[in-house]
Design a protein around this ligand. Sequence first.
Ligand code: SIN
Length: 501
Amino acid sequence: MVVVGSGIAGLTAALRAERNGAEVTLVTKGDLDETATRSAQGGIAGVLTASDTTAAHLADTLTAGAGLADPAAARILVEEGPARIRDLIDAGVPFDRDDDGNLRRGLEGAHSHPRILHAGGDATGAAIERTLLDVLERSTVTVLEHAFLLDVVLVDGHAVGVEVLVSGARRTITADAVVLATGGAGRLYPHTTNPAVATGDGIAAALRAGAAVADLEFVQFHPTVLAVGTPFLISEAVRGEGAVLRDSEGRRFALDAHPDGELAPRDIVARAIAEQDGPVVLDATGLGAPDTAAFLAARFPTIDAVLRSRGLDWSREPVPVTPAAHYMMGGVSTDLAGRTTVPRLYAVGETARTGVHGANRLASNSLLEGAVFGARVGDAVIADAGTAWAGPAAGTPLAAVEPSAPDAPPFTRAALQQLMWNHAGLVRDESGLARATAVLAAWSHCGTDRPVDVAAREDANLLRVAVEVVAAARRRRGSVGAHVRRDETPSVPEMQEATAC
Ligand code: SIN
């Protein structure tokens, strides 16, 4: 089996399959720890005390999903989650504990109970990544770093390996199963919390292999990303501890948008920020009084160090924040064991669309998803060997769009990101999406999709995924979850025009 990607989903799938007796190769595009997992601050959600219930976690997950989450997938997430968190504890993840040795549990947006575990305050993902990499080092898994995924190799429609680019040379790794765990495509947008490697490589490779994708219109924008310098996530956990958002007049405005204020679902908070006329700040100056500086440094050491390195003392001054692309709820369509529509091809984590998040993901459910569904994939790969493939139903491939934007600007990644931010960002409408469709078609037809080096191949992957995001956003004419259309009730001529496309 070959696993592509080394975040929590890929590592869990690889280690579980190895434990099950599989011969596993893990390839990754950058350094092993260059993943979104490593920078996850918020934590991992799970019910580990009698005062909370999986029914409540399920209800919160389904509510965040805005009616579009698959209840069966969400049930698996919350019911298998505690066991997977215990696996992480057994593996050595140093989750934060109180003076009595009990796990500390934090509250985050749209959770009805404090059930978020953290490690190192705000360095949960880094602690999980480090621990799993330690386990990997002691395992028999063969690791290949700096190997860029070119394509899934198919024989008679079955995945039989991957072709990768290593130091400029093509190399084929044959395997009885391929697992795509390459994360999402946050780099579609100029403002994102995602690492540089998040260029949708797995989703694009799956599309080229003929796999179905779904729900790509649902892109989650995190509300609080530092608005000065390189984008940097300021965890929702900061608002969970009581930090508030203020407009340029110092007024707290989040309660106007939702009774839960700063802890409302992310899409609501993100739009409330985007709708403000002036800059918005996150005010943590009241936390942990009387010694706010000490509290922030102890509870959020990573954020505190980064802000201070940029000359910002957030214990005294609120810091400017902006929404930024954070997470893709959609991806490669899979069943509940990661099987895609292509036999022997699996997808997991942010690359996959299991339906677990519906139209919007609940905070701290993504590390949990990687752990739960990574383990399921690691089991399924073995169980499926030699059996007939039973993945999800195949989708309908997108029809090609003829180029119709003679005024399209020259293709650059920055131009693509700006196009997506303007027309497929926090709020969308038909005319913007139609413009995006036309420009993307022009770029696709002008050869941008026949790349030579890695950066150009990443661009081609982003372009391929952008086409799908925009097409999905055009198809969904009503607002739901993270997908918001300002033209919810389209006129008849607009509908006809869209159908003709
Ligand atoms: C955060 O720390 O706010 C992000 C956590 C998440 O995306 O679930």
